[in-house]
Design a protein around this ligand. Structure first.
Ligand code: IPE
Ligand code: IPE
Ligand code: MG
Length: 233
């Protein structure tokens, strides 16, 4: 493959429909979704993608029935605890988490903090999990932090794009080149609003639990044929 997108972001949608099609409870769909995520992480390692960001839970997903939320949180707990040894190339993958993850239940914040710390020096795939993430909340949080700092900095002339960028959840990560959304919906659903400015968007009907390495390669092939102009001619 000639042009590998440096950063792929994925809206992992369709777990519920996958389960419904099989007359199974939605929780089973989410469990399969985790397996699919593990598969795609490994594929990105194999294909030489440097940054992968997975949208796992939005700030709007709290509107779901408590039972479903509980199942999803327990999957995070299990997956994040196990990922220390179960991630492909776990000795190299660097894990980051973006969103208001400090507010998560079931002792998740301390588990998340420890996986972030444990992998901070890893130089393989940069894996970012968006958990309790909202693009609007990210921008609000940045503005809140700027106001807090404004006592010590002169904000008068420094409010540039680069300046605001520094206050985002993971400022060092380059913008996504390719956004993949599974399960056929043509919308962003509050994902990486700031960072998505020039992402190439690829939507597939495949449901997330069915999405595999060949589907990822198809999306990457499609990306190679895009002409990215960034506003130029
Ligand atoms: C995506 O799958 C997973 C989360 C949002 C947590 P969905 O649960 O949204 O699946 P559908 O859209 O109902 O099929
Ligand atoms: C987007 O999927 C959020 C995640 C994949 C975590 P949703 O299923 O929540 O999005 P909508 O409701 O279809 O916009
Ligand atoms: Mg959905």
């Amino acid at each position: 493959m000639s042009i590998i997108p440096r950063h792929i972001a994925v809206i992992m949608d369709g777990n519920g429909r996958w389960a419904k099609n099989r007359k199974l409870p939605r929780g089973i769909g989410h469990r399969q979704g985790v397996k699919s995520a593990q598969r795609i992480i490994k594929s990105c390692v194999d294909l030489g993608v440097r940054y992968l960001t997975l949208y796992a839970f939005s700030t709007e997903n709290w509107k779901r029935p408590p039972r479903e939320i509980k199942i999803i949180m327990n999957l995070f707990l299990k997956y994040i605890t196990a990922s220390k040894t179960e991630l492909p190339e776990h000795e190299k993958v660097r894990v980051r988490v973006i969103g208001r993850w400090h507010e998560l239940p079931y002792g998740l914040p301390s588990k998340i903090q420890s996986i972030i710390d444990d992998t901070a020096k890893h130089e393989g795939l940069n894996l970012t999990l968006a958990i309790n993430y909202g693009g609007r909340k990210e921008i609000l949080d940045a503005i809140g932090a700027i106001i807090k700092d404004s006592k010590t900095i002169n904000t008068k002339n420094v409010i540039s794009e680069e300046f605001l960028q520094k206050y985002l959840y993971a400022p060092e990560i380059p913008d996504p080149d390719l956004l993949i959304r599974t399960a056929g919906e043509y919308r962003i659903s509050n994902f990486l609003l700031w960072q998505m400015a020039y992402a190439e968007i690829y939507v597939t009907k495949k449901l997330w639990p069915d999405f595999g390495k060949s589907d990822l390669m198809e999306a990457m092939n499609d990306f190679q044929n895009r002409e990215r102009r960034f506003g130029s001619v």
